[in-house]
Structure formats: structure tokens, C-alpha cells
Design a protein around this ligand. Structure first.
Ligand code: RIB
Length: 338
């Protein structure tokens, strides 16, 4: 379990006293008036549990370090630098500093970095995946360290705010666009399906095609991993299929770009052979050949808004959840079949 202190926490005291952790904090730090009755309950619980406030945690509450940790999973995916840029701009203009960690999507590294950032006394943590583990995020939040999820969401952690794109709608946009271009044989290279992002993009795509009456047998799904390498490998698989699909929806641009490399190596004409649509609208997607048609997310804003909300929480205000709208960006990687 990731924890600043593995002993009795303020949460335990709050539970025994039957008050909120904030009330315990007010009593112990004398930062606000609390009724004698509640105060008495807190003091009794402190004695009963032998609770000793962590001097470092206390320092964090009163003298902040003015640093925020951002944990990203894949710095080679152009999505993350743009998200980090949005976060960094907000963080520095608010008088905080950013510590950025890259985990290569490895849960072990994610936990190690989270622990490292806590040991450095960050005032808050921004996560871009849940690989650190739901329990660990809960425990970090229980210790009074604000967290936020940028570009992902979960219902499994009460009080964890998020800024995310409407991924289901994005999947619908991709499906509807390809269908209206006249395509009837589809393939989706999904993101990891253990998170809401991958699942919702797939669900939106499938639901839309079903609504248009597309037969399940005309939809192939390949499980992807959101990486360029994964995209390249998915293209190798696609080239073994008979018959080919005519339209491919990649769950992110990084995979679409990886696949385009393979198609280029094999001299496959895009969009003549395959119409390709991505998801993200990373900057480089406009610069490749052919320029990639994609479903855009406001990546910079996801980072900026997440940081803004996190700083509000750190400074004692309420957090909020934000869902951003996806938008179709038409370029040259899809063709009309009619
Ligand atoms: O994990 C990375 C992916 O998730 C990004 O490419 C973006 O699509 C995000 O939502």
C-alpha cells in the first residue's frame, strides 16, 4: 500500500470519533472553531488510538511544498507532452512547480513514482491512468493529499475528480463518419479494455455501427495498447486478414501512426486500400502522409483544467468533474467509397 505513514491515520481517528477527517484536522491544527463536544470526541479518539500526527504531513498541511506530481504512462505518445504542457502552464502560473514522471505503463514504476513523489512532499498528484491501483489512490487521498485523474475516469474512487473527453461520443463520431463515407467492412484497433477510455471508444463505435444495421461479422476488433509499436503490430495482423476491412478506427493517433508506418513499408495505398481514422488529434497527425483524419480531444485543456482543479482542491476549494467534447477533424486518410 502506498502511504506517507503506515501507522494510524487521521482517517482512523475520524472514524472512531464519528467526524470527518477535516474536523479532526481542524481540532488538531486549531485552524477553525469546532464545538467542545466534537473536539472532545476527537481528543478521546486520538488518545484511544495513540495517534501521533506525522510531523511531515503536518508540515504539508501548513507549509506547502508548492509542488505537484504528474505521472504519465508513455512519454513517446505525443498525447502526453501536450497534456503535460497544459498542466505545466497552469501549475507555473499558479506559483507551483511540476515534477513529471514517466512509467512506461508499468504498474510497478507507477507505484514507485507515486511513492517517490509523496516522499518529496508534493501537495497533490495528477494521475493519467489507474495502473497505480485504485486502493493506492484511495489511500493517498485518505491521507489528505489531493489527487486528480487527467484523461481517464473511474467510478471506483469516491471523490476523485476527473477531466476527460466524452470517449463514447468520440467512438460514435468515428463509426458514423466511416459509415457515411460508404464503408461496410470495419475494423477497430482498441485501446486497453481495462480502462474506461478504451471501453467507451469501442462501445460508441460498435453501438453506432449496429444502429446503422452493420452486421457483427463485418466488424473485426483487434486489442491494442495505445502505443505506436502496438499500432505497427496491429497493421501486420490486418494485412493477414481476408477480405480486408475497408475502414479502420484506431483508438488513438499513436497506434494509427504506427500502423501507417507498416502500411507505408508494404506500399499499401492509404486511403485507397484502407480508410483510417484515429483519436486524439496530436499535432503530428496533421504533418504525416497522408495527414490523419481523427477525432480530436482538447489535450492541452485536459492537462490545464486538471491542474487548475487540483490546485483549487489543494487550496481548500471544491473540486469538479469536467467532460470535454470530441470533434471530427477531416484530413486525407479516409475516402468516400461511393
Ligand atoms: O493512454 C493514452 C491514450 O489515452 C491517449 O493516446 C489518449 O487517447 C488518451 O485518452
Amino acid at each position: 500500500m502506498i502511504s506517507k505513514k503506515k501507522k494510524i491515520s487521521i482517517i482512523d481517528v475520524a472514524r472512531v470519533a464519528g467526524v470527518s477527517p477535516a474536523t479532526v484536522s481542524r481540532v488538531l491544527n486549531k485552524t477553525a472553531r469546532v464545538s467542545p463536544e466534537l473536539s472532545g470526541r476527537v481528543i478521546s479518539a486520538v488518545k484511544e488510538l495513540n495517534y501521533v500526527p506525522d510531523p511531515f504531513a503536518h508540515g504539508m498541511r501548513t507549509k506547502r511544498t508548492k509542488t505537484i506530481g504528474l505521472i504519465i504512462s508513455d512519454i513517446t505518445n505525443p498525447f502526453f507532452p501536450e497534456l503535460a504542457r497544459g498542466a505545466a502552464d497552469c501549475i507555473s502560473s499558479s506559483g507551483y512547480s511540476l515534477i513529471l514522471c514517466n512509467t512506461d505503463a508499468e504498474p510497478r514504476k507507477e507505484k514507485e513514482y507515486a511513492q517517490l513523489l509523496l516522499n518529496k512532499g508534493v501537495d497533490g498528484l495528477m494521475f493519467t491512468s489507474l495502473r497505480v491501483g485504485v486502493e493506492n489512490i484511495r489511500s493517498i487521498m485518505d491521507e489528505g493529499i489531493p489527487c486528480i485523474l487527467a484523461g481517464r475516469k473511474t467510478d471506483d474512487i469516491k471523490g476523485l475528480n476527473h477531466v476527460v473527453t466524452d470517449n463514447y461520443k468520440g467512438g460514435c463520431i468515428a463509426g458514423g463518419y466511416l459509415f457515411k463515407l460508404g464503408h461496410r467492412r470495419f475494423l477497430h484497433v482498441s485501446g486497453p479494455l481495462d480502462n474506461s477510455t478504451g471501453k467507451e471508444r469501442l462501445a460508441g463505435f460498435l453501438d453506432t455501427l449496429r444502429e446503422y444495421g452493420v452486421d457483427e461479422r463485418d466488424i473485426t476488433i483487434i486489442n491494442g495498447d495505445f502505443t505506436m509499436k502496438g499500432g505497427y503490430e496491429s497493421a501486420e495482423k490486418i494485412l493477414t486478414l481476408k477480405p480486408y476491412p475497408s475502414a479502420i478506427f484506431f483508438a488513438n493517433d499513436a497506434m494509427a501512426i504506427g500502423a501507417l508506418q507498416k502500411f507505408w513499408e508494404e506500399r499499401i495505398d492509404i486511403p485507397e486500400v484502407f480508410s483510417i481514422i484515429g483519436f486524439d488529434n496530436v499535432r503530428i497527425s496533421a504533418l504525416i502522409a497522408p495527414p490523419l483524419t481523427t477525432v480530436s480531444q482538447e489535450i492541452y485543456e485536459i492537462g490545464r483544467l486538471s491542474a487548475e482543479i487540483l490546485i483549487k482542491i489543494i487550496e481548500g476549494e471544491r473540486g469538479e468533474n469536467i467532460i470535454l467534447e470530441p470533434k471530427l477533424i477531416e484530413r486525407r486518410s479516409c475516402r468516400c467509397t461511393g
